[in-house]
Design a protein around this ligand. Sequence first.
Ligand code: NAP
Length: 247
Amino acid sequence: MSRVAVVTGAGSGMGLAISQHLAARGDRVALLDLNGAAVEEAAQRLRDGGAEAIACQVDVSDRSAVLAAIETARRELGPIEIMVTSAGIEAFVDFLDISPEDWDKMMAVNLTGTFHCLQAVVPDMLAGGWGRIVTISSSSAQSGTKRMASYVASKGGVIALTKALAIEYAAHGITVNTIPPGFIETPMMHRPIDSGELPPMKDLLTRAPMGRSGTSEDIAAACTFLCSEEAGYITGQQINVNGGWYL
Ligand code: NAP
């Protein structure tokens, strides 16, 4: 059955792979991202492959922009049935050096951005009596990670928000789960390695039980299952996709 899905952060990394997987199984997909050119190109590639896909340039921390993008998706594709929130930012800073402005920005994008997106789509899911929500959080919020306090706190909030909504909407046919990824090779992972914030890849991998990092495909496979009919009895869960490895 073809569903209408919205994926944020769809211009890169996991969000891009998730939109590709959902389109490949026949869903109509709206790709949202701050990077308008990336998401336009990604949607065009999906359309070239025969899928129904649209792109919306949006900053998820901007509530009115989120509401406008969801309205566009609803008008062009239909009521929203699946929402995946992958848009996010990270920062490596000693706790004492986090400015209030940087703290607010992290919360605005990672946590409040998730709130805006979910509030925009839940009414469609309630009206349809069916919904699948997957938030992308982080294993760092499960283990704690030094020099990432604002990021870890924002992702801890995403996990808590996921659990709260799972209970609130459990009786309405809407499942709400989170994937806390471990160490996944995407541009977000390569940036701190390239800048020296994280050790070189070969050193990081000595701590990986499987001897490899994860891929966006690993995340997309799990996410697509959580967005399926068959996953209807899974809600409020943290589905760890981390190769057995907590940072
Ligand atoms: P990525 O390749 O950097 O993709 C993230 C996408 O989100 C980018 O296209 C980015 O656009 C977009 N974005 C950033 N701020 C936005 C905003 N305000 N509004 C809309 N879009 C915005 O990173 P990724 O690794 O796929 O990360 C996906 C999610 O997984 C993130 O939430 C991240 O925190 C989480 N995560 C990643 C890892 C990992 O190992 N990679 C581990 C744990 C959790 P720009 O490029 O223009 O900024």
